[in-house]
Design a protein around this ligand. Structure first.
Ligand SMILES: O=C(O)C1=C[C@@H](OP(=O)(O)O)[C@@H](O)[C@H](O)C1
Ligand SMILES: C=C(OP(=O)(O)O)C(=O)O
Length: 411
């Protein structure tokens, strides 16, 4: 088993981290670009495998769209194949074929798509046979499983001859991602209304636009966490903006309570250490990808806390609640399920001399546990798992190490 070895380092000098671009923004603008009847100018697309897979599939247009383990690529391309009236097989890794897609398929069938399940009802692989005609211009979609179904429907809506009115049903999770989709569509010239739980998009054309993808706030969260856990250090995260389309910029507020001060400067954000104010609880309903980062940070720095809004974590790259519980236990921390879907994070009472982290085919498991290196020696299994969203992650971790070696030599 290949593992990334991280030798303990409790403090580091000021380091610049050249963050990767957002895969969520990238995968949206790629779909919008493919649906625009004209030339867009899109720069800074993500190096993430999820985005590179989207680029390759759109360019080569094979009969089988194998998205590997990319959720957005699966959901967005499914709707794209329908609105462009193509015949496609949609498939992915074995885990992707366990991640539900029935809500999106039902919504697409309701407006006139012909889609068949090739294996298990409600899950990929799918056989898509296009959409001969639009039969409905209103659809109701439940919002508590994945916002990606809603984003997928929104992006194709302007191309539908009758337009589309989407009614969001029940609790809506990951709302910030729906907002990101709509704000991006607006930047590409689309008019819409969103009143109460109804989003209305008339038939219209995407307008050719120049767009540059922002750095990835989800990827940035691991560096906030590293600094929160370190005794001393300073980081500059490149390419982040104060007014971001990404809901994971909530990490600024969370980490303000966990000992990291953020200052927005030209070209990025400067992180410095400050006194821990305390985090009694946090609701991750609208920023689920931050849950692992925050759980691990609290476990390391001794912050007992309550985490809510974790329901969607069970159907992501792995069951992230189970994976967190297992790996937190390896350094004597706990994530205990209580009533009303609230989880109590009980921090580590004793840090072992060495910790080995399993990553469960989940990039965020590998990256979230990296800050353990501030307290002990760490082995992270299957380190290449980070390629899904952040291929240069270990190279960036080495930037911290390189500084330390320079410092050590001088001592
Ligand atoms: O639309 C997006 O870009 C995403 C939405 C979220 O998924 P859910 O809507 O399934 O929570 C998030 O977890 C995922 O990493 C990216
Ligand atoms: C859940 C994630 O991605 P996706 O759902 O797009 O596979 C993620 O990146 O954490």
């Amino acid at each position: 088993m290949i593992a990334q070895y991280l030798q303990q380092i409790s403090s580091f000098q000021s380091t610049i981290i050249p963050l990767p671009s957002s895969k969520s923004e990238s995968n949206r603008v790629l779909i919008i670009d493919a649906l625009t009847a004209g030339e867009n100018s899109i720069t800074n697309l993500a190096e993430a495998r999820d985005t590179q897979t989207m680029i390759r599939l759109l360019k080569q247009n094979p009969a089988i769209f194998d998205v590997l383990d990319a959720g957005t690529t699966m959901r967005f391309l499914t709707a794209y194949a329908v609105v462009t009236n193509q015949h496609k097989v949609m498939t992915g890794t074995p885990r992707m074929c366990e991640r539900p897609i029935g809500i999106l398929v039902d919504a697409l069938r309701h407006i006139g798509a012909e889609i068949h399940y090739m294996n298990k009802e409600g899950f990929p692989p799918l056989a898509i046979h296009g959409m001969p005609e639009q039969v409905n211009d209103q659809v109701t979609i439940r919002g508590d499983v994945s916002s990606q179904y809603i984003s997928a429907m929104l992006m194709i809506a302007p191309l539908l001859p009758k337009g589309l009115e989407i009614t969001l049903e029940g609790k809506v999770g990951s709302r910030t991602y729906i907002e990101m989709t709509l704000q991006l569509m607006k930047q590409f010239g689309i008019n819409y209304t969103w009143e109460d739980n109804k989003i209305k998009i008339p038939n219209q054309s995407y307008q050719p636009t120049a767009f540059s993808v922002e750095s990835d706030w989800s990827g940035a969260s691991y560096w906030f966490s590293l600094l929160a856990c370190a005794d001393k250090g300073e980081l500059f995260l490149e390419g982040l903006k104060e007014n971001s389309l990404q809901g994971d910029s909530a990490i600024v507020d969370i980490m303000d309570r966990l000992g990291v001060k953020s200052e927005f400067k030209a070209g990025g954000v400067k992180l410095t250490k400050q006194k821990v104010k305390g985090l009694a609880s946090w609701d991750f309903t609208h920023c689920p990808d931050l849950a692992q980062t925050v759980a691990v940070t609290c476990a390391i720095i001794g912050q007992k806390t309550t985490l809510t809004g974790l329901e969607s974590l069970r159907i992501k790259e792995t069951d992230r609640i189970y994976a967190l519980q297992q790996e937190l236990a390896s350094f004597n921390a706990e994530l205990v399920e209580g009533e009303n879907e609230a989880f109590t994070l009980i921090p580590s009472v004793q840090m072992p001399h060495e910790v080995r982290i399993h990553t469960y085919d989940d990039h965020r498991m590998a990256m979230a546990f990296m800050p353990l290196m501030t307290k002990t020696n760490v082995f992270i299994e299957d380190p290449e798992v980070v390629n899904k969203s952040y291929p240069s992650f270990w190279k960036h971790v080495a930037l911290i190490d390189a500084r330390r070696k320079t410092q050590d030599t001088r001592l």
